[in-house]
Design a protein around this ligand. Structure first.
Ligand code: SAH
Length: 242
């Protein structure tokens, strides 16, 4: 049996009770090394399998093998939600025809934990776009950015910039600036719900040049109805406010 578990942004307080119960039930916990470190302390007595970035296929192969050969319960963990750029899709694809039982347990995704810290920017329709071009062509990402702007969506950006492709974020902002007002309220949260949380609300023009944006950040770019009130980023839904 394989549980694919969303552990939320980081702390135990933002993990669902269902996710925690499932983790406690599993003998083996497998995941990206950074996420394993986040859960290790509150799960004594487990066997942990830590993997590097880009070893997702290997992680699934080994989980399927362990589950088949040993009948042990194994948890494949993802931070946030496992169905949002996490392990859920891959393990379901790879287990096709194996007869393996797989249960997906959701978690709070980064867009939601970041939104709560910034204010209420996702109050109306929004699009989630990853700037990672490891598995998606950059031309497709550019198109998605453009059409999300045409629809006046609020946009949550995951994987905004890495050491290997630091320029992606700035390039993405240049596309957004073709459609959106440079003064569009925006913000980022670094390490939402984890030690070292940092966040800032600013304009789209300023966030483009912000040097703090890295892979530990989620960036939220407002739409034409977004505003800043008392330092909070809010997207108005259209209620009449006195
Ligand atoms: N499954 C995860 C997303 C994995 S993709 C989820 O649902 O949240 C990895 C990206 O998620 C990071 O580059 C970053 O953009 C975002 N992210 C994950 N955890 C975060 C956190 N605690 N704070 C801010 N952004 C986070």
């Amino acid at each position: 049996m394989i549980y694919v578990i969303g552990t939320g942004p980081g702390g135990l307080d933002e993990m669902t009770p269902r996710a925690f119960e499932a983790l406690k039930e599993c003998e083996i916990i497998s995941g990206y090394e950074k996420y394993i470190e986040l859960v290790k302390n509150f799960l004594p007595g487990k066997i942990f399998m830590s993997y590097k970035m880009r070893e997702e296929v290997k992680r699934c192969e080994e989980a399927l093998k362990i589950s088949r050969d040993s009948n042990k319960k194994i948890a494949l963990i993802s931070s946030g939600d496992p169905g949002v750029y996490g392990m859920a899709g891959l393990i379901l694809e790879m287990s096709e025809g194996s007869g393996e039982e797989i249960e997906i347990i959701p978690g709070i995704t980064a867009a939601n934990s970041a939104a709560a810290i910034l204010g209420a920017p996702l109050m109306n329709d929004y699009a989630v776009i990853s700037l990672s071009d490891l598995l998606t062509d950059w031309s497709v990402i550019e198109k998605r950015l453009a059409v999300a702007c045409e629809g006046d969506f609020v946009i949550a950006l995951y994987n905004p910039a890495s050491r290997h492709r630091p320029q992606n974020f700035e390039r993405a902002c240049e596309i957004l600036l073709r459609y959106k007002d440079p003064a569009t309220p925006s913000g980022y949260v670094r390490n939402a719900g984890r030690e070292g949380t940092e966040f800032e609300v600013m304009t789209l023009e300023n966030i483009k040049a912000c040097k703090k944006i890295d892979m530990l950040c989620t960036v939220i770019i407002g739409n034409s109805q977004s505003k800043i009130i008392n330092g909070k980023l809010i997207t108005a839904r259209g209620y009449k406010v006195i």
